[in-house]
Design a protein. Structure first.
Length: 135
């Protein structure tokens, strides 16, 4: 798609590459997760807390299409780490879930520090669809 050479120019190797991408996408559920993270931004923008939040635990459930946000202050750092550890254990080997613990002084800083969770992924997903539909 970028008009750059593939490792080998043979059509067979190109097909293998596309099929590998297709297999990995299915295994990792890239489209589903990226769409859900993008959709979750709307909910995150509306998320308000009365305390001075430093840590955010984001738990994405792609099956139920739900984002759970837990907020922690600087004093609650140990609780945040424990909650993150427990969430990771709960979703171990379950690809339909994604968990991340992030730190920021406010929502604006959070978006700046972690743009991969807040950027519009439509272009990437459109290219991925083209790859997945080629073979």
């Amino acid at each position: 798609m970028e008009n750059t050479p593939i490792i080998s120019q043979t059509p067979q190797n190109e097909k293998e590459l596309y099929l590998q991408i297709k297999e990995l996408e299915k295994e990792l559920q890239v489209r589903t997760k990226m769409k859900q993270w993008t959709n979750s931004v709307k909910y995150f923008d509306d998320f308000k807390t009365k305390k001075k939040t430093k840590f955010y635990l984001l738990e994405l459930d792609t099956v139920l299409e739900r984002l759970n946000i837990s907020a922690f202050t600087k004093r609650e750092e140990k609780e945040a780490l424990l909650a993150y550890s427990n969430a990771e254990k709960k979703i171990y080997n379950r690809k339909e879930y994604d968990v991340v613990l992030v730190s920021a002084d406010n929502i604006k800083d959070l978006k700046k520090a972690y743009p991969n969770y807040f950027l519009d992924t439509k272009d990437f997903l459109r290219y991925l669809e083209n790859i997945l539909n080629k073979y």
